[in-house]
Each structure stands twice: as C-alpha cells, then as structure tokens.
Design a protein around this ligand. Sequence first.
Ligand code: ZN
Length: 135
Amino acid sequence: MSRPTPRPSPTELPFYEACARGELTLQHCEPCDRFLFYPRTHCDHCHNPTLNWRRVSGKGTIVSYTVVRRAVSEAFTAPYVIALIDLVEGPRMMSQIVDTKPEALAVGQSVSVAFEAWSDDIKLPVFKLHGVLGK
Ligand SMILES: [Zn+2]
C-alpha cells in the first residue's frame, strides 16, 4: 500500500517544487512583513493578494508532539512522531520528526528541516533534532 500523496493546487505548487529541490519556502506578505503557512491566495491578515515565495531557514522549535503507535494504514510504519513546529520565521507547521527515538524528544527542542521522498515527484518536509543531522 502506498502512502497518500498531496496533489498540489496551483497555489501550493511552488511549495512542492521547492521541496523537490530540497528547499523550504514560505509565502511572505510585504505590507505585514510576515511569513505565511499553509500556501494561500491572499494574506490572512491584510488580504494582500501579492505574496512572494522566499526560502527560509528550515529551523524551528517543537511546541507539541504525539507518538503514533498504531499507524493510520499499512502504508505507515509505527511508531512515528507527529509534531507542531514553530519555524523561526513565525509560522507553525505540522510535520514528522524523524531519525530520533520518541523517548528522546521534548517540547522546546530545536529542529531542522529535511526532505523525504513520498513518491517519484513529491518530497515532503520532515524535521530532525538540530545538531544530530547526519547521525
Ligand atoms: Zn499581509
């Protein structure tokens, strides 16, 4: 069984194209000087329809997480960790924490983005504990 993959809308496509290149990008609203996530057609604060894609650091902090011990389908291997991550640029993102035993995780830890191939053309951002990259 294969994992479900996103089918990006035109608004979301630049996000997934950047992920395929190994880059995390977010929309930025100039009048508000804010980054936005998830991708949208207008700023959710000032309704500005001209949002610019910018590459961001991919660094953030775990604000909450849960350990999934019973996978949602046979396509997933439990246990795995789903977390809420506050990116240093502001937006909160839900993603997976990989390459770390769940017991080693804690709220407040620093994480960095990595990318995982989910299909031939879709890569998704996941996060790893900062400072343990490459281990
Ligand atoms: Zn705005």
